[in-house]
Design a protein around this ligand. Structure first.
Ligand code: GDD
Length: 321
């Protein structure tokens, strides 16, 4: 029988690449996606005829329940979320309410409809580890939680709600803790998309040649979004229900080095200026992933080189600016 797969946040950055990947697998699945705002629909241009899309506000218990009742999915990838740690400092309530409430509505819908065989992937975040002591790097799944932003707390809540619904109701929930992922289509506001967009604006003469940047000393573990969505699919196929898996490359990049790589891919003459207003009240100094648990289970490893990702991200912005 055809499997019914639902992706929430279908038109978003990871959601659109996940649906492209799933629609290319040709395994006869029926694909469904939810979205909230129309501008992102262009991200699904190449596959929109293969997906049943529904405009659903996951903050509405009724809309979410009705959708689940109509589809009765076999698999749910719950990707929809407010995903910016940076913005969560100025919108703490919105970030926390949105991320927790929408997940509660999904899990309650699945529970009330008695969809006991439905597998659900919950997207937590490496941000739950937060301010990790140097001695615990690279972090594995047993590290302590030291969340340093409202976003991190919202993700820790999503993570633990997933655990709770597994323990209490035996729902088939698998939790992912992805580290940073980057690439074309990522909304402005994250470090690589922001730098890439500004570089292209300077290239095209739309801005003066000054690139304002935040904290360049932080270190993060970057994976191409297309490698990340393959990991999500593998987790649904092979992950143990109730369990949690870190997903990342294991390589730590200083943000200054990422900036240098991006600048080397542009011919524009650009002056970098540190802008203190872009600093966070607290920025985790380093997050790097130990993904051994997931790699040993699935054999996954990231395939796309960071230089390729950065170039394709710049090209993405060159096409739309
Ligand atoms: N956004 C941003 N803008 N970050 C900057 C800038 C800037 O102009 N300049 C320096 N940075 C630094 C930030 O201070 C941070 O240390 C690092 O770049 C990465 O910032 P983001 O790209 O905003 O990502 P993040 O690490 O806060 O969170 C991302 O990764 C998480 C997984 O680790 C997001 O994608 C989250 O959704 C995800 O859960």
């Amino acid at each position: 029988m055809e499997k019914k797969i639902l992706v929430t946040g279908a038109t978003g950055f990871a959601g659109s690449f996940l649906l492209e990947y799933l629609s290319g697998k040709k395994n006869g699945s029926l694909l469904y996606g939810t979205y909230l705002s129309t501008p992102g629909l262009k991200n699904l241009d190449s596959v929109k005829n293969k997906i049943n899309l529904a405009k659903v506000d996951l903050l509405s218990e009724e809309e979410t329940h009705n959708l689940l009742k109509k589809i009765k999915p076999d698999i749910v990838f719950h990707l929809a979320a407010m995903s910016s740690a940076a913005n969560s400092f100025s919108s703490p309530s919105k970030t926390i309410t949105n991320n927790i409430q929408s997940q509660v509505n999904i899990l309650e819908g699945i529970r009330k409809l008695n969809l006991t065989d439905c597998k659900i992937l919950i997207i937590s975040s490496s941000e739950v580890y937060g301010n990790v002591p140097q001695t615990e790097l690279p972090v594995n799944e047993n590290a302590g939680f030291n969340p340093t932003s409202p976003y991190a707390v919202s993700k820790l809540s999503q993570d633990f709600l997933g655990l709770q619904y597994f323990l209490t109701y035996k729902l088939k929930i698998i939790r992912a803790r992805p580290f940073n992922h980057i690439g074309p289509r990522q909304a402005e506001g994250f470090v690589v998309s922001t730098f890439a967009k500004k570089i292209v604006e300077i290239e095209k003469g739309k801005k003066d040649n000054i690139l304002n940047v935040g904290n360049l000393e932080a270190k993060r573990d970057f994976t191409d979004v297309r490698d990340m969505v393959k990991a999500y699919d593998l987790l649904i196929e092979k992950g143990a229900v109730g369990d949690v898996y870190n997903l990342g490359s294991g390589i730590s990049y200083k943000i200054a080095d990422i900036l240098e790589k991006l600048l080397s891919l542009s011919k524009a003459r650009i002056k970098v200026e540190i802008d203190k207003s872009l600093f966070r009240p607290l920025d985790n100094p380093e997050l790097v992933c130990n993904a051994d648990k997931f790699k040993n289970l699935t054999g996954w490893k990231p395939e796309i080189k960071i230089e390729t990702t950065l170039k394709e991200t710049l090209d993405y912005w060159r096409n739309i600016i």
